[in-house]
Design a protein around this ligand. Structure first.
Ligand code: SF4
Ligand code: SF4
Ligand code: SF4
Length: 221
């Protein structure tokens, strides 16, 4: 299916998530989680650990192929990066759709996702709350398509962090513009410019900036 084609599956999913939010069953459809590697320094240790704590504290977790990339096939990003949690994980393992893995392998999968510029999202559903920790691409992910195709950025919650750029250290290489799927890093024709209002705090731009000009800070308010 081409990106601009009518997508009834995606529209049905959008309507369902909208309904859950209106009924107060979930806060948003998903929330951005910053890359572990983008957060450094003592003050970030606790929040960074929280990413892994979601998995570590889960009763069970399992790795499955990415349903969105399998469905849409618009890129060649890695497929085995979807981590499901607790009841959803158990059900998928029983059905042969996922396999239990160690925490170390889960960490390796998240690292692989970072190398490929994939955004970490936690997904919510009624009853279980967080049920998946996914690593998503702009072209196939259903939630990122809610934002890009249906203009519903409100369905994705911002991370608790936001990028901060030091213009004096910037080499104008443009790598962050390529990495940012949210359009917060852009080029005005003369220079690379950062728009904090568009930043969801994924951290993808931080890990590949050659001059270390970008860091993550806690989001205010
Ligand atoms: S939400 Fe993300 S990782 Fe999960 S299936 Fe969709 S694109 Fe793949
Ligand atoms: S990746 Fe770093 S050095 Fe390159 S344009 Fe972005 S901020 Fe500047
Ligand atoms: S500027 Fe873009 S890539 Fe960087 S943290 Fe914000 S949303 Fe992520």
């Amino acid at each position: 299916m081409r990106y601009d084609d009518k997508d009834e599956w995606l529209e049905e999913r959008l309507t369902r998530h909208d309904g859950w939010i209106k009924e107060g069953k979930i806060p948003t459809s998903s929330k951005v989680i910053p890359l572990r590697e983008s957060l450094s320094g003592q003050q970030w240790v606790l929040p960074t650990q929280q990413v892994y704590e979601i998995i570590r504290n889960a009763r069970s977790f399992a790795l499955a192929p990415c349903g969105c990339r399998t469905r849409y096939q618009r890129c060649d990003n890695p497929l085995e990066v979807c981590l499901y949690i607790n009841d959803v994980a158990d059900k998928m393992v029983v059905e042969g759709k996922a396999r239990n893995i160690s925490l170390d392998e889960a960490k390796e999968r998240l690292k692989l996702a970072n190398e490929h510029g994939l955004v970490h999202l936690t997904f919510y559903k009624p009853d279980q709350f967080i049920y998946a920790l996914c690593s998503c691409c702009k072209c196939c992910c259903h939630d990122l398509q809610f934002m890009t195709k249906y203009h519903r950025p409100d369905l994705i919650a911002h991370a608790d962090y936001v990028a901060e750029v030091d213009p004096s250290a910037c080499l104008q290489c443009g790598t962050c513009v390529e990495r940012c799927v949210f359009g917060a890093q852009g080029n005005n024709g003369e220079a690379v410019v950062f728009n904090e209002n568009k930043c969801y705090g994924c951290g993808l731009c931080v890990t590949t900036c050659p001059s270390g000009a970008i860091r993550m800070k806690l989001r205010r308010g």
